[in-house]
Design a protein around this ligand. Sequence first.
Ligand SMILES: Cc1cc2nc3c(=O)[nH]c(=O)nc-3n(C[C@H](O)[C@H](O)[C@H](O)COP(=O)(O)OP(=O)(O)OC[C@H]3O[C@@H](n4cnc5c(N)ncnc54)[C@H](O)[C@@H]3O)c2cc1C
Length: 222
Amino acid sequence: MKFDYLIVGSGLFGATFAYRATQAGKRCLVIDRRPQLGGNVYCEDIEGIHVHKYGAHIFHTNDKQVWDFVNSLVPFNRYTNSPVANYKGKLYNLPFNMNTFYQMWGVITPEQAQTKIDEQRAEAVAKLGGRDPQNLEEQALTLVGKDIYECLIKGYTEKQWGRSCTELPAFIIRRLPVRLVYDNNYFNDAYQGIPIGGYNVLIDKLLAGSTCLTPRQTMTVS
Ligand SMILES: Cc1cc2nc3c(=O)[nH]c(=O)nc-3n(C[C@H](O)[C@H](O)[C@H](O)COP(=O)(O)OP(=O)(O)OC[C@H]3O[C@@H](n4cnc5c(N)ncnc54)[C@H](O)[C@@H]3O)c2cc1C
């Protein structure tokens, strides 16, 4: 069989390209080195739950055309990403915002929160005695102070990188946005959601008509 396009990678990018090309009458061969199609948004069905195998994915965009496009293929749910961190049995809203600062210090106004952060930052800067931060820990402490660093940055960062924050370079964290408003919404985009039925439904729709080749199988998606 002859193809017009060989597309390497069946994630959202490759699959969307395949969709547009197929619509334009082209024949597409999509190859992927992973055993499944969908790239990072692939979902595994575990006891009826769509588990995002490569990490949780929330689709978000400010572009109405993009939102309308994906919703024309599969309906999305209404979802607002507002994660919660559990530090030693206490729950904190993320990203850092006034709800987090109330939970941490009992402060209510942005001025009170800013004062608290500034005090702790000044402590960290004083400890450096005029030198630049030498590692991620020192950098984070000078940006947000010890309470936020110890509760909400240290453990997560060390888990993600598999190394102590004192062994990680300072440049990894250039800035740590702090929101002085009561807003737990992780994303600023106007549209966000997860496909009802999981991302695999969206990927199947995008790859319809393409021939797909993975280490496990060759198939033409219908
Ligand atoms: C843990 C995690 C969470 C994320 N959460 C979000 C989120 O909530 N919202 C969001 O918008 N974005 C999120 N992202 C980013 C998101 O994954 C990407 O924006 C999007 O899914 C990328 O699509 P893609 O097609 O470009 O790449 P991918 O999904 O990575 O697909 C690329 C595919 O190409 C294949 N491939 C690569 N090289 C080859 C090769 N040489 N030969 C054969 N196959 C190859 C790979 O196996 C893979 O399947 C997250 C990323 C991660 C890692």
